[in-house]
Design a protein around this ligand. Sequence first.
Ligand code: ARG
Ligand code: GLU
Length: 704
Amino acid sequence: MKCFKLIIAFSLLAFFPSVSSADEGMWLPALISQRIDDMQAKGFKLDAEDIYSINQASLKDAVVLFNGGCTGELVSDKGLLLTNHHCGYGAIQRHSSVEHDYLKDGFWAMSLEEELPNEGLWVAFLVRMEDVTGRILEGYDVSMSERQRDSLIEANGARIKEAAVAEGPSYEASVEPMYYGNQYFLFVYQKFDDVRLVGAPPSSIGKFGGDTDNWMWPRHTGDFSIFRIYADKDNNPAPYSEDNVPYRPKKFFRISTAGISEGDFTFVYGFPGSTQEYVHSDAIRYIEDMNPKKIALRSERLAIMKKYMAADQDIRIRYSSKQANVANAWKKWQGEHKGLVKLDTYGTKKAFEEQFAKWAQDGGYEGYIGLTDSLSRLYGEMYPYSYAMDYYAESLNGVDAFRFARNVGNYISHNGTEGLERFIESFFKDYYYPIDEETFAFMAEKFNEDVPNDFKPEYLKQEFSRLGSVGAVIDSIFAVSLFTDREKALGIASLDSAGAMNAVHSDPLYRLADSYYSNVAVLASAASEMSSRIALMNRTYMRGQMEFLKDKTFYPDANLTLRVSYGKVEGFEPSDGVVYLPVSTLEGIIEKDNPEIFDYDIPQKLRDLYAAKDYGRWEVDGTVPVCFLATNHTSGGNSGSPVINADGNLVGINFDRVWEGTMSDLAFDPELCRNISLDIRYVLFLIDKYAGARNILDELTLVD
Ligand code: ARG
Ligand code: GLU
């Protein structure tokens, strides 16, 4: 028996290569002492307490969650912060107008007075994290239903959070499940709301390569922007005020000018959003089925946008941000799909499940016997619901007027009509009716074709059969709606709240949108019984995997909590006969430079600097380094994360992954998965030579 188990464990190595040699993993900082030996063996020179400590300032005090979806890092004792250009994009766009177009021309504050406040923009520091599994499950017994367990967790969590929030000024707290709820951690944050824009390169540098280069190597994007955190006189968080002063952080990164070379240790410290590394093969199969469908839907949407954007400069600007978002996921799914197929993740998981089932059977582990089969059956039952809900999500995401109709309804119910005019104007600033109409026609038609009748909203079915064609639906619903016409929409703002609400509710497009939103909620609730059975089984299966692979070191899936990923600078072979070097330089920017192609049209000043070889101290081997590849396991949300060297100093800013490795959210492959970082020396070169912002440069602490 024992011997047999050993054989299984051994053969499993083929399926699950030991994580410690593969750089896979997003580790919880509070538990980093469990990884520190491995980190040090790979070159890291600091200790666990330097990474995360509740007794002294540590690197975690120099990292922030940036506006709830990105990461940023502190680089001066006056609250100066670096993140990606694409993370600061919204703020930069909001300050831009025809007179001063910071997106196009860049922005550099030459003094504190010139820094620009940003309403609604926030950052949060992690104060501490703590395993609260015992406290969160206080009062739990196994006879409870999932729903009872959920409410218990909710109630216990509320108490734990309340106590945590009282510990300090502007503290916020959340309790997050790890390993599908086998463990719970409390995260206590301190949130700052006065965050000002300090610098950004022009988009032709910060977004160089655009969607063409997005997710790709070789990469040459100067994807950074600079902000500053402000606090009150006592260094505490405060809403924006002219009296606020630069925040004095507990810790900030020193910047290494020594650079990186192939093989160097790297450590990414940030907030990856979401991964599913331990899911059942049928969850993978679902993703493999769905990705091509979602890609096809978005291909058509992108083609519609492209047609209008290419014809008109103004439309191109108005749709650039929307287009970038649609294209970002669209391109990622394609890479993910290829990666899953290439790795045969489905087959690998299936084989693993067979081994697991055999282990459970042979060992007589009651709770795990038949588990993977049950999960498979449940995923089968869930499939049509998930499928329909994905179509709803893509439709609602695709048609701007749908979301707008609902948002106006919500706005009025919260605020009445006060400020509604501004709200409406800001929507129509970036709206173009012909794009939305054509998208609606396409999405409605696909939805009608692909979603089974039982899963469609009644109102949609009724209107389509009454009117007979999409063209007629457009004529009598879409084209006449208040929500597709600026003038008509502004008419709502001049009514009183009750009148406005009435107008909204009787609008045919509002009713159509509402039927989608209501029906997707109906579907979710019909599936909620299944979802909670799946949640319970996944929790059991996760625990089972951890017992089965006793010697494997597990890490919890990403959930937008602070993580440590470590690896090394390394190129890769994306396909047979192709080798990618790990470093790109200014030479590649010049090679791609083309005034005829929007994505590759660099500013003249950069051309001039290149022609004069005016690189100053940032010159390396006759050029300037720009981006580099490394083996760190990262995900969406890691954008803007500090990339740290063996000495704990900043060498780069993470901003992307390679296309061939984007399946790492589901299955990490050490041969193919690479994160892409901006070399900090390119950032310094741009601040110094391109922007001439000595004030910013002087604030940084540079070390060799
Ligand atoms: N792919 C990167 C990320 O996932 C960068 C996205 C922004 N750039 C773009 N061209 N859309 O967020
Ligand atoms: N660009 C991504 C972000 O915004 C990071 C790339 C990734 O998904 O790894 O977080």
